[in-house]
Structures are given as C-alpha cells and as structure tokens.
Design a binder for this molecule. Structure first.
Ligand code: XIL
Length: 314
C-alpha cells in the first residue's frame, strides 16, 4: 500500500510530519514517522532556546538528531524557526537591548544556525508569527527594537548563509483571506519590490472545529502563487473538544480532505506537514484546555477517518 508520501509525490508534492526529540525513543511511533512521510519538521529542536541556550553558545544536538534521522529515512527537513517571539532563551528576554546590539545578536543567530544546517534544509521558516490578527505588526522584541525591517534583514542573512534553502514567512490564522493574510500578501509584494529573498508563505493551519473551515483557502493559496511564491501547509492539525465522537471525527476528516484538495489544486502549494501525526504526541491538549484529538492517527497510533480522507484526496 502506498504511503502518504508516495501519493503526494505523484502530484509533485510532499507529505510531512513534525516530530520532537523525546518521542524518538518510541519505536512503533518512529516506524510510522520514518515510512509514511517524506518531509520532517523539528517541533522544538531548532528553536532559539534550544540552539543558542547561552549567548554565543550553540547546541545542535536536538536539531542534528532529527536531521540525521530524516536523512537515514530519505526525508527532507523544514527548518523551524529562526526568528520568533516565543521560546526565546532567557538571556535574550531577560534584559533590554539597543538596536545595534539586538541586530548583531539576530544576525549571528541566523547566520550560525543556517550555516550549520547548510545543504540539509529544504526550507526555513525564517520569521514565525510576525503579525497580529488585525494585520498590524506583532510588537515583539525584534519589531520594537529594530522596526519592521528586521524581517527583510533576517531573510537576507539567511539567504547569505544557505543560498539554496527556500525561505518562508510562517503564521497561523492566515489560511483564509482576511486582514492577517492580507498583511502577508502586502509584505510579500514589498519585499519582492526591494529584491529581498523570499520563496514562500507557510500557512500553519492549526484549525479548530468550533471556528469553522477556512473556505477561502484555495483562493488564498492562488493569490500567493500569482506573486510567484510557494505556499505550504506547515503545521496542520484540526482540534475539537474532547471526547471525540463519530460526527466530530467525520467533520475533521472532511476538513483534512478539503485542505489536501486545496493544496493539490494550486500548483505552487508544494506540500503539507502535520504538526506531528498522532494524538499521542499532539501539542493541543497542553495548550487548549478541553481540546484534542487533532491529528489523523489516534493515541494508539491507529489511523482515524482523517487519515483515510487524506488518502482519498491524494
Ligand atoms: C509548539 C510545540 O509543538 C510544543 O511542543 C511547544 O511546547 C510549543 O510550540 N506554532 C508554531 C510551533 O509555530 O512552533 C508551535 O509548536 C505551535 C504553534
């Protein structure tokens, strides 16, 4: 039976999963991770707190473990993430910085990390979650200290360090057309006009049954492809209030089917990544009280209706 990766490859797409280091002792989990997918994202191992725990002291152990596993399984890797307001090391958040200081810190972090993984990363989420829901810039330490130009700088520095890696901006709640995805559409055009290296927009796609399906997803993907940008669904899950029941799982399956079809319908939507593949290791229960059951495999690693819906769509 062909895997999700096999089916996606027939369309020139990939089908991926996030994973995290602690899970890699679970052999049955690892078996599915290594066989069903052709793209891997480290869920935490390449974030700033993990890779530069002290200023100027770099730790590649977690990211390397996942890159090495992926390579052994002939899988590509999405690097996640270089610049983000969350999961920063204490040394960075625990003091104030002048603009020249923070600019130097940011440049060194990006260039050192991208250089370390040079040639091993298909695409980097260079900046993660840069906008608020209303399309204004999120007031992160980077924005407040450096202004909006930190995004162009980050892209340029990453490009210098690995000219072959695709460079993405990545965010949630930008699956449909709205103020937040409009902000990316506008920023992408500005960056292109300035000659800044940008290859794609990552739509995290952390969906929730209670908020409804983003019916303008396909139109949204299309408008970015008209800018000659790739798109990807980078962190897909579809959460619900638990316990799950047959009706909720059926709706969830429809949403997974619809997302897969939307990506396949748009040439430059290059692939889909699940934010881990099994409910056993989903981030949802820890972050959204009362919610869960968001992934296509259940906690026993058994495929759910969503898994079969994805297969049907591919
Ligand atoms: C999550 C991880 O899955 C968790 O293990 C961690 O505790 C918090 O971050 N958007 C992102 C991801 O871009 O990096 C987040 O990952 C989920 C939301």
């Amino acid at each position: 039976q062909p895997t999700l990766a096999d089916l996606a490859q027939r369309h020139g797409r990939y089908f991926g999963s996030a994973t995290d280091n602690p899970e890699l002792t679970d052999e049955p989990y690892k078996a599915v991770l290594g066989s069903e997918f052709d793209m891997i994202t480290p869920g935490n191992g390449m974030k700033w707190y993990a890779t530069e725990p002290q200023q100027g002291v770099f730790d590649w152990s977690k990211g390397d473990e996942i890159v090495n596993l992926a390579r052994a399984n002939h899988q590509r890797v999405r690097g996640h993430t270089l610049v983000w307001h969350s999961q920063l090391p204490d040394w960075l958040t625990g003091r104030t910085w002048t603009a020249p200081e923070l600019r130097a810190v940011l440049k060194k972090h990006i260039q050192t990390e991208v250089r370390h993984y040079r040639g091993k990363i298909y695409a980097w989420d260079v900046v993660n979650e840069a906008f608020n829901e209303d399309g204004t810039y999120r007031e992160t330490v980077f924005y407040k200290t450096l202004g909006p130009g930190y995004i162009a700088d980050a892209l340029r520095w990453a490009h210098q360090a690995d000219p072959k890696a695709k460079l993405y901006l990545n965010d949630y709640n930008i699956e449909g057309i709205g103020p937040k995805s409009d902000a990316y559409y506008k920023l992408a055009q500005e960056l292109q006009a300035q000659g800044v290296p940008l290859d794609g927009i990552g739509l995290q796609a952390h969906l929730a049954l209670q908020y409804g399906y983003p019916t303008t997803l396909e139109d949204n993907l299309r408008r970015f492809s008209r800018l000659r940008l790739d798109t990807a669904l980078t962190e897909v899950d579809v959460r619900m209030f638990v316990p799950a029941d047959e009706a909720k799982l059926a709706t969830q399956a429809e949403w997974y089917r619809d997302m897969t079809e939307a990506c396949l319908a748009v040439r430059r939507c290059v692939g889909i990544t699940l934010w881990d593949y099994t409910d056993k290791y989903s981030w949802i229960p820890a972050f959204f009280e009362g919610e869960g059951a968001a992934l296509p495999w259940d906690e026993q690693l058994a495929p759910k209706p969503a898994y079969f819906a994805i297969r049907d769509a591919l």
